[in-house]
Design a protein around this ligand. Structure first.
Ligand code: FES
Ligand code: ZN
Ligand code: ZN
Length: 333
């Protein structure tokens, strides 16, 4: 974890001897602003090398919510790109139509893409599904977060397949990953647990490969990185933000253990990756009979959802709309 030092504290940066701005507890380091940013960028590079995350990966689609995690990832990627095999980074933001929160998110994403020289695609779900998220929640009576996750996964995967990119980069950091894995373990959800590893394989033309370059990066480090790098992020919380009591308790337990033994989370994350990589995801995936996207039983979640609300599966229509949108080109911000 990292902590910004108070102004009246006068420690020296380990690297250059100028005034330190940050204490990195797990590495017992004091660093100035520049060397902290460089330190985190190098940690991402090392994570990438350790797990072979960018192996055979030249073009990626980065999912951008507008929050500190995904926007820091975009900035870090733009900084380390020349040290990797990466040739093209494309940003994507899915506009859920959540009022102030969505407006702020879009602005933050556009600014980050402008600052990093990244081409970007902004996809409003209303254009694809005739409804925004609140309307879909109303119509389906499903929990907003699961509905949101299902829609985002579908659009991200479909766009990645249509663009022919090598992978989708997600902004999940280590604290999130550990909480998900431990919760899935407690509920014995082995399939979801195995999906949390740094690289999940794709299936040509059906399922995009997913990569997590922040797999070993603490959430605190990303907050500090975003702040010190001057990245403008969404401040308004999602109106559906939900405090899951299971996840909160797991997070608290992990934080206590980390305080007791700094670096604990990194060593757990490494062991989990090693063990989970040995456990193949035993999930039968087949193309949806309507839209051709991944499904467990022949009908994908979007086609089955829209059969209930539109009276027909609109996966094929969404596909055409995304194709048309991509033909118009990505936004050159
Ligand atoms: Fe998906 Fe809040 S961003 S429910
Ligand atoms: Zn320094
Ligand atoms: Zn479908």
């Amino acid at each position: 974890m990292s902590k910004i030092l108070e102004d009246n504290v006068n420690y020296k940066c380990r690297k250059c001897g100028s005034r330190a701005s940050v204490r990195v507890t797990y590495a017992k380091l004091l660093l100035c602003r520049e060397h902290f940013l460089e330190y985190i960028e190098n940690r991402v590079l090392n994570t990438m090398k350790r797990y072979g995350i960018l192996k055979d990966t030249k073009r990626i689609l980065v999912a951008l919510s507008g929050g500190k995690d995904s926007l820091s990832l975009l900035h870090i990627l733009s900084k380390i790109k020349d040290k990797t095999e990466l040739e093209e980074i494309i940003g994507i933001h899915i506009d859920l139509g959540l009022g102030e929160y969505s407006l702020e998110s879009i602005n933050a994403v556009k600014k980050a893409c402008q600052d990093t020289g990244t081409n970007c695609i902004i996809i409003p779900i209303k254009e694809l599904m005739d409804h925004n998220l609140p309307e879909l929640v109303e119509l389906t009576r499903r929990p907003p977060c699961s509905l949101c996750g299902l829609i985002k996964r579908y659009i991200l995967n479909l766009t990645a397949i249509e663009l022919g990119v090598d992978a989708v980069a997600l902004g999940h950091h280590m604290d999130d990953v550990l909480v998900f894995i431990i919760k899935d373990f407690l509920f014995q959800d082995n399939i979801d647990m195995a999906k949390m590893i740094p690289v999940t394989k794709g299936i040509q033309g059906l399922l995009a490969k997913k990569i997590k370059l922040l797999y070993e990066i603490y959430e605190d480090d990303l907050s500090t990185y975003a702040y010190l790098a001057g990245i403008k992020t969404t401040k308004t919380p999602c109106p559906y933000k939900y405090q899951d009591p299971f996840k909160n308790s797991i997070r608290k337990m992990m934080d206590e253990l980390e305080n007791y033994a700094p670096g604990f989370k990194i060593s757990v994350a490494r062991r989990l990756a090693k063990n989970l990589e040995k456990t193949p995801i035993l999930e039968e995936i087949q193309p949806c009979r309507y839209c051709g996207m991944p499904s467990r039983n022949g009908i994908c979640s979007i086609c089955s959802l829209t059969m209930k609300i539109h009276g027909e599966p609109i996966g094929p229509k969404i596909k055409v709309k995304i194709k048309n949108k991509l033909q118009q080109g990505t936004l050159h911000l």
